[in-house]
Design a protein around this ligand. Structure first.
Ligand code: PEP
Length: 252
C-alpha cells in the first residue's frame, strides 16, 4: 500500500536557530496526531540537516535533503554527495525541483544521473516535475510531464520504484498563490499513474506515492488531498509555519 506523505521544502530559508525552533515546533504539534500510513518530511538546507536530524529522534518527522550531486566526490565546489548525506543519517533526497531546473540549469539528463546515483546509494528519491504555464495554455502539459518522466526517471528498473516518490508541481503554481484545481491535480495524477502502469506494472502504479505541490495551504489542502490519486503534498511557503504545516498534515 502506498503511503500518504506531507513534505515541507524549506528552500533557502531558516538559519540554525530558526531551523531548531521550527523542527521542535512541528515535532511537538504532530506528536498526538494519528498518522497511520502517513509520513511527515522536512527538507532544511544542507547546513542545517544535521541539527534537524538530532532533533527529530524518536519522533514521526523525517529529514530529507533538497538536492545532491551525481558524483561520489572530487572537484565540484559547493556540492554535496549521496555518501555525505548518508553519513549524517539522511535517507531521502529531493531531485529535480523546478527551481533547480530553471535557476541552476539542471537538465533532464543531469537529473537522470542524480536519480541513478541516489538509487544506487540506497536513498529514496522525491522526484519533482511539472509543466510551465505556457505548456498548460497550449494544452501540452501531458506531453511535457511524460517527457520529463521518460528522460529523468524511466531508466530506473521496476524493482527500484520502492525508492521513488513522485511530486507533480505545475511551475505556474509554485510560490505564486495560484493552485491547480483539485480536478486538474487528479487528472494529471491519474495520467501519471497510468503511465507507470504502461511502462512498468500495476504494482508500481498502485504502490507509488504521487504528491501534489504548488501553493498548498490549510484552506485548500483537504480538497486537493481528497482526490483519489493525490497521496499528499510537497509544501513550500506554508511549511515554514508550524500551525499551517500542522493543519495541512491534519488535512491528510
Ligand atoms: C515547492 O517549492 O515545492 C512549493 C510547492 O512551493 P509553494 O508551496 O510555496 O508553492
Amino acid at each position: 500500500m502506498r503511503s500518504k506523505i506531507v513534505a515541507g521544502n524549506w528552500k533557502m530559508n531558516n538559519n540554525s536557530k530558526e531551523t531548531k525552533t521550527l523542527v521542535k515546533g512541528i515535532r511537538k504539534s504532530i506528536k498526538k496526531l494519528p498518522l497511520e500510513n502517513t509520513r511527515v518530511l522536512v527538507a532544511p538546507t544542507f547546513v542545517n540537516l544535521m541539527s534537524a536530524i538530532k532533533r527529530i529522534k524518536k519522533s514521526k518527522v523525517e529529514v530529507v535533503a533538497q538536492n545532491m550531486h551525481q558524483e561520489n566526490n572530487g572537484a565540484f565546489t559547493g556540492e554535496v554527495s549521496a555518501d555525505m548525506l548518508k553519513s549524517i543519517g539522511v535517507k531521502s533526497v529531493i531531485i529535480g525541483h523546478s527551481e533547480r531546473r530553471s535557476l541552476f540549469g539542471e537538465t533532464d539528463e543531469v537529473l537522470a544521473l542524480k536519480v541513478t546515483k541516489a538509487i544506487n546509494e540506497g536513498l529514496e528519491v522525491i522526484f519533482c516535475f511539472g509543466e510551465q504555464l505556457e505548456d498548460r495554455k497550449s494544452n501540452n502539459h501531458f506531453t511535457v510531464v511524460k517527457n520529463q518522466l521518460e528522460k529523468g526517471l524511466f531508466h530506473i528498473e521496476a524493482n527500484a520504484w520502492s525508492q521513488i516518490v513522485l511530486a507533480y508541481e505545475p511551475v505556474w503554481a509554485i510560490g505564486t498563490g495560484e493552485t491547480a484545481s483539485p480536478e486538474q491535480a487528479q487528472e494529471m495524477h491519474a495520467f501519471i499513474r497510468n503511465l507507470l502502469q504502461e511502462k512498468y506494472h500495476t504494482s508500481v502504479a498502485d504502490n507509488t506515492s504521487i504528491l501534489y505541490g504548488g501553493s498548498v495551504k490549510p484552506s485548500n489542502a483537504e480538497e486537493i488531498f481528497s482526490k483519489q490519486d493525490v497521496d499528499g503534498g510537497l509544501i513550500g511557503g506554508a511549511s515554514l509555519n508550524v500551525k499551517d504545516f500542522t493543519d495541512i498534515i491534519k488535512a491528510i
